[in-house]
Design a protein around this ligand. Structure first.
Ligand SMILES: Cc1ncc(COP(=O)(O)O)c(C=O)c1O
Length: 449
């Protein structure tokens, strides 16, 4: 189809591409040629085990023929329609999402990905409430467009400040391993821990003024910023604060949705129904770009006689919608969410075992197939193995060895993220953990104390 040999992919791509999130002179891309199941291959025929679902998004695994064929069929029938038009995949996907999303979310706006889903959720919340401020957490990533960058709490936003969307206020995450409030009483009960963080949030709501706050936006389970799993009662508590102060709750399920945590959506673990919910990634398992904003009927109804100002040329793209329908059907037919649920304790055990073997592991956390390893120099002081927002020679060496041995995963500062396709088997997980076990001998050598 494209008339170049595989050996030309890398040099030609390096010559003409501009790479996102990269210093251009320092990139070293894998020239990937094909992918199937939990593996992908490069131009030299080397196989990699994909422990990051590419970009935490290929939830059903690579190369699923049912999704590919649905996209081909849609491309043959109607590859594109104006966003103002009704199409068959649009009709079907809205109904499907109403069935699988929590509570009474029953209207869906389709977007191009996660960032613009969050931007639209914010617009809807501001329009519906007539209020302006949005509260999000410091340990969050909500996307890279200007509004979504402003929503993002982590340092990725800093390079573009102050030219970002105004009106965002950040608060702290209930991150037990490094909790500022509990340095001297780390054994506090979970109930008290939850209450402290809810009190912190309520204090901020009061300082900012409840009448100025349109919404609280949070990742139901924090992704790249640490797989921070809300303690018991936290999500229900945030919901209650939202209700008390007439603030909308927006759940960002871009990474945590579509089976990742062992439920369809992470909020399902706590029976919390957000007013707005954003999705992307696992919505199509990345077979085509798509995001969505799910909303309650009353929010959609607020725009019955008022024009919603927003939309893009590729909004509700039929091929992406067809991919999403087929993806959800695959998840249902193959019981993929149930499988992720069953594999949750398996991953958890493997992480815990690894933690026992390696003194450089400070903590492991996981929920479903969403896991993390925190590497430290010293278990007592919890000094991270790479400084804040940076890397270290040890982390660079680990990354190199993992890739050499054919394990692909995301390394964020001093953490290793374990986010494999949800179809992964126990044997395939063990294959990756054997490589991790070897690579962590590098970081163990840097342990002090
Ligand atoms: C939680 C969360 N929200 C939003 C986004 C942005 O999604 P996209 O890259 O599709 O714009 C991401 C992407 O990683 C994410 O993890």
């Amino acid at each position: 189809m494209f008339d170049i040999p595989d050996s030309e992919i890398l040099p030609l791509a390096l010559e003409h591409s501009f790479w996102t999130w990269s210093a251009q002179a320092k990139v070293s891309p894998i020239p990937v040629t094909r992918a199937k199941g939990v593996y992908f291959w490069d131009a030299n025929g080397k196989r990699y085990l994909d422990f990051n679902s590419m970009t935490m998004c290929v939830n059903i695994g690579h190369g699923n023929e049912r999704v590919i064929n649905a996209m081909i069929e849609q491309a043959k029938t109607l590859p594109y329609a104006a966003p103002s038009m009704a199409t068959k995949p649009r009709a079907v996907l809205g109904k499907l999402l109403t069935e699988i999303t929590p509570g009474n979310l029953d209207h869906f706006m389709f977007t191009l990905g996660g960032a613009d889903a969050n931007e639209n959720a914010v617009k809807l919340a501001r329009g519906y409430t007539g209020k302006h401020k949005i509260l999000t957490r410091y340990r969050s990533y909500h996307g890279a467009t200007a509004g979504a960058m402003a929503l993002t709490g982590d340092p990725r936003r800093l390079a573009w400040e102050p030219s970002l969307m105004p009106g965002v206020v950040h608060f702290l995450d209930p991150y037990r391993y490094r909790s500022t409030f509990h340095r001297t009483n780390p054994n506090i009960s979970e109930a008290d821990f939850t209450e402290d963080y809810l009190n912190h949030l309520e204090e901020i709501i009061q300082y900012e003024g409840p009448n100025t706050i349109a919404a609280i936006l949070l990742e139901s389970v924090t992704g790249t910023n640490g797989i921070i799993i809300p303690p018991a009662g936290y999500m229900q508590g945030v919901r209650a604060l939202c209700d008390k102060y007439h603030i909308l709750l927006i759940a960002d399920e871009v990474m945590s949705g579509f089976g990742r945590t062992g439920e369809w959506f992470a909020v399902d673990h706590w029976d919390v129904v957000p007013d707005l919910m954003t999705m992307a990634k696992g919505l199509t398992s990345a077979y085509a770009p798509l995001g969505a904003v799910g909303m309650k009927a009353e929010i959609a109804a607020a725009y019955n006689n008022v024009t919603y100002q927003g939309g893009l040329t590729y909004t509700s793209h039929p091929i992406s919608l067809a991919a999403a329908i087929a993806n959800i059907q695959v998840m249902q037919e193959d019981h993929i969410v149930e499988h992720a649920h069953e594999m949750g304790p398996v991953l958890h055990r493997m992480l815990a075992d690894l933690g026992e073997q390696h003194p450089s592991i400070g903590e492991v956390r996981s929920i479903g197939l969403f896991g993390i390893i925190e590497l430290v120099r010293n278990r007592k002081t919890k000094e991270p193995l790479a400084p804040w927002n940076s890397t270290s020679p040890e982390m660079v060496a680990v990354r190199k060895m993992l890739l050499q041995k054919g394990l692909f995963l995301d390394i964020h500062w001093h953490t290793l993220l374990i986010i494999p396709p949800l179809i992964i088997t126990e044997e395939q997980l063990a294959e990756g953990f054997a490589i991790l076990d070897e690579a962590l001998s590098i970081t163990d050598q840097s342990v002090q104390g």
